[in-house]
Write a protein that binds this ligand. Structure first.
Ligand code: ADP
Ligand code: MG
Ligand code: MG
Length: 252
């Protein structure tokens, strides 16, 4: 199975501390949701885990199956099985979707066991069908001119093709209409397995109507301040975050 343990993670941007000691334990098969008001550091957490250079990790540890992620280079993190699906993925002109994915898949394989082009195309076409994506997206430049919904489906396509151990989705649901939301949710549900954990970052509980979390965590001011089950997401949706602040005596 998969074990993912974040302990005491602190991170800063341009000298300002954003993450103030994050603790979180996840196992394969589990879906965790992180919810929280804007600006509390949810995306910073995702970026720090992936090794984005803008975020300086100042303390803590992140173990994926007992290996220290914080000591890995960005590409090593991806190779070790971390995947981040983003709200605003980068556009890369000159690199097609299929080129990008094939090299990402091959980077994770031993030399000499690269996926054959035929097999890769077949797999990719099958997954694109599941996601109701036009096959022409194979040959389009990565995210260039994609609509919001297309970008997010493409993030899910990447997830499906890369077969990661820990999937982090950062506001992948924002701006999706209900049909696209269901397609994204179906993609996630189809990828549920005992070996894979999901960390779903979301501002709204909408996605959580379709992807049932086992645990819900509330993040405020750079910390996880409260954890519970799916009922917590429903209460946050209905009542907002003020009651959490009151309960815990958090000042704005
Ligand atoms: P959330 O995802 O919870 O909305 P973020 O992690 O995006 O929060 O932001 C947390 C804090 O860090 C905010 O105060 C934001 O302004 C700041 N911040 C995030 N990214 C940057 C950046 N690249 N440069 C400067 N400040 C940033
Ligand atoms: Mg935000
Ligand atoms: Mg964010």
């Amino acid at each position: 199975t998969t074990n993912f343990v974040i302990e005491g993670l602190k991170a800063s941007i341009e000298g300002k501390e954003i993450l103030k000691g994050i603790n979180l334990k996840m196992k394969g098969g589990e879906i965790h949701a992180i919810m929280g008001p804007n600006g509390t550091g949810k995306s910073t957490l995702a970026s720090a885990l992936m090794g984005h250079p803008k975020y300086e990790v100042t303390a803590g540890s992140v173990l994926l199956n007992d290996e220290e992620v914080l000591e890995m280079a960005v590409d090593e993190r991806a190779r070790s099985g971390l995947f981040l699906g983003m709200q605003y993925p980068s556009e890369i002109s000159g690199v097609t979707n299929s080129d990008f994915l094939r090299s990402a898949i091959n980077a994770r394989r031993e030399e000499g066991s690269e996926i054959s082009l035929i097999r890769f195309i077949r797999q990719m076409e099958a997954k694109m069908k599941e996601l109701d994506m036009n096959p022409e997206f194979l040959h389009r430049y990565l995210n260039e001119g994609f609509s919001g919904g297309e970008k997010k489906r493409n993030e899910i396509l990447q997830m499906m093709m890369l077969d990661p151990k820990i999937v982090i989705l950062d506001e992948i649901d924002s701006g999706l209409d209900i049909d696209a939301l269901k397609i994204v949710a179906n993609g996630v549900n189809a990828m549920r397995s005992e070996d894979r954990g999901f960390l779903i970052i979301t501002h709204y509980q909408r996605l959580l109507d379709y992807v049932k979390p086992d645990f819900v965590h509330v993040m405020m001011q750079g910390r996880i301040v409260k954890s519970g089950g799916p009922e917590l997401a429903q209460r946050l949706e209905a009542e907002g975050y003020d009651w959490v602040k009151e309960e815990l005596g958090i000042e704005d």
